[in-house]
Design a binder for this molecule. Sequence first.
Ligand code: 3PG
Length: 403
Amino acid sequence: KSVADLGDLTGKRVLIRCDFNVPLDADKNITDDGRIKAALPTLTALRDAGARIVIMAHLGRPKGEANPKYSLAPVANRLGELLGVDVKLATDVVGDSAKATVASLEAGDVALLENVRYEPAEESKDEAARAELAAKYAAFGDVFVSDGFGVVHRKQASVYDVAKLLPNAAGFLVAKEVGVLKQLTENPERPYVVVLGGAKVADKLSVIDNLLKVADTLVIGGGMLFTFLKAEGRNIGGSLLDESNLETCRNYLAEAKAAGKTILLPVDVRVADGMDFDAREAKGEVEVVSVDDIPESKMGLDIGPETEKLFADAIKGAKTVFWNGPMGVFEIPAFAQGTAAVAQALTEVDGLSVVGGGDSAAAVRVLGHADDEFGHISTGGGASLEFLEGKELPGIAVLEESK
Ligand code: 3PG
């Protein structure tokens, strides 16, 4: 169901789940407000319809305790600026402040409850505890709108359980994200190239599994590329290695070969003695070496220039591209070039290019790209990957069930 199916919303309290889990710097400045901007179409439509809006959202992982470090205050300010209204931030989630704030709303007003993850039951595995909290949320709304695409893979009280208690609909963001991702899973125009990066192989195993069935080429960069290089029998020096998944990577390489698919790995990498992440610096000299000659004492921290060309050609030759995960430690300027090259190549795709959430979405913006240079920038990191894995997403399934 869409927001329009909820009928006349004039004066009605609309409880809405958004994903405002945005990156903050040490001074609590939001460094990428993409997720807040992505919520504006639904919020604006609800305000125009005369609804009284109550937003639920989380920030970080405060693990069931109120903690000012994870307050949604910076989000309330930024959202207020973008909407041009005063967003009333409750100082708790379902307590007296939340109740008073919701009660004070008039048509078109916007309230934001404090971080739902301050409540221990929000992420609990205990269904009864979650249901009890969800009932408290539900008391704040006449209808529920699910628009936090980045959290629909979480079976949590504000995402899943609350949807069972109120008439509900998907917001515009959730509808749009699901529409685009379906184009990737159901009938992608070919060649379909998927670029995966990021540090951990373990996070990407199930998606690789599924993508080997659907995609034509899998391009591998990021910290996880070294486990693949090792699986091919190469020496990776002091680079990141996930020993426990070496065999799995070996199997993927064999499986791809047997299925006539390509797993494209780097031919050269940028190495250094290490890195000082806080100082945003490489340790020692940065060198470009072939993947056949990674020195024993060096650590690979980005793909190299030959690889940039190789990957860019594969990307530009595709009709459909999905990219998730940086190619190197892009936060350090000396290791940002691989990610920059992939981002640039995606802007030149003659077809559908999708940037999958989290770090990659933040990276393209930090690198100076505008959102409209890509077909779609997903707000979901884990959520978009789980969608591509073919998994059922609880926050979507619950909307379908109650249709
Ligand atoms: C995200 O940042 O991917 C979403 O907000 C979900 O956050 P989580 O991984 O802490 O559940």
